[in-house]
Design a protein around this ligand. Structure first.
Ligand code: IPE
Ligand code: IPE
Ligand code: MG
Length: 250
């Protein structure tokens, strides 16, 4: 029996794909009278713990917002700190994540990042390509609007006639085409907004917002978010079938 046999209440109640806006690193550091970078570093540690905890609970894909298209607006020092943190994180954690059965995928516009960073991403993807326990999709230099635009451009580049450009054609060309749409969308840090994360893919995601700052987001918060998800009544625009409604009220 694997550890998750104890935890899974009912497979259908567990989201297949969880998307997370990992927000609040800067405030976490400020509470400790430390520079923002200290919070980002703690954020990486929290991510490595979270991916294992989600995997133990049966989640198949965890996508995390690590750097948004808009985060370039931050001071140069913070931007370059975040870039170098990726290199540090890869050298510190790649072997562990590979051993833990995590498949790493990077989503976002790679054209704007340094060669060194691109190589680190390629190494992380190549080293974990055969892993199947959980997929960790790291959104870096990613924006939901960028994703829609790049998918539309690819439709044109592929020579699709206008009438063949439909939801499926776009979905197949979105950055997360390899994953099902997120079932559960979590944002830490207290803000209640999407901030241009998975706009297209989150059409029917269930949202959980928590005040917990990302570096503090641990198993307790993960269980609370998954419990909230299990309580939701997902209808996808339909009405509940009567037998389900009856069973629910019994
Ligand atoms: C989220 O934490 C991480 C990134 C955007 C890279 P923030 O840096 O936004 O932390 P707060 O929101 O200022 O606390
Ligand atoms: C969203 O957080 C981006 C990431 C977590 C990478 P922000 O802190 O950048 O979002 P806003 O500016 O509060 O909307
Ligand atoms: Mg923030």
């Amino acid at each position: 029996m694997s550890p998750r046999d104890n935890i899974l209440p009912h497979a259908a109640l567990v989201p297949r794909h969880v998307a997370v806006v990992m927000d609040g690193n800067g405030r976490w550091a400020r509470q400790r009278f430390m520079p923002r970078f200290f919070g980002h570093k703690a954020g990486v540690d929290a991510l490595v713990r979270a991916v294992n905890a989600f995997a133990d609970r049966g989640v198949q894909v965890l996508s995390v917002f690590a750097f948004s298209s808009e985060n370039w607006k931050r001071p140069d020092e913070e931007v370059s700190g975040l870039m170098s943190l990726v290199l540090v994180a890869v050298s510190k954690y790649l072997t562990k994540l590979a051993r833990d059965g995590v498949r790493i995928r990077i989503v976002g516009d790679r054209s704007a990042v340094s060669d060194k960073l691109r190589q680190a991403w390629e190494q992380a993807e190549a080293m974990t390509a055969n892993n199947t326990r959980i997929t960790l999709a790291v959104a870096f230099n990613y924006g939901g609007r960028w994703d829609v635009v790049q998918a539309a451009r690819r439709c044109v580049a592929d020579g699709l006639e206008p009438e063949r450009i439909d939801e499926r054609a776009l979905s197949e060309r979105m950055a997360l085409a390899f994953a099902p749409d997120p079932d559960l969308f979590i944002r830490t840090g207290g803000e209640m907004r999407i901030s241009n994360f998975l706009l297209w893919q989150s059409a029917y995601a269930e949202f959980v917002f928590t005040d917990c700052l990302w570096p503090d987001f641990g198993e307790r918060e993960i269980d609370a978010a998954l419990a909230a998800f299990a309580q939701r009544d997902r209808r996808f625009g339909a009405i509940r079938p009567p037998e389900v409604a009856m069973a629910g009220s019994a």
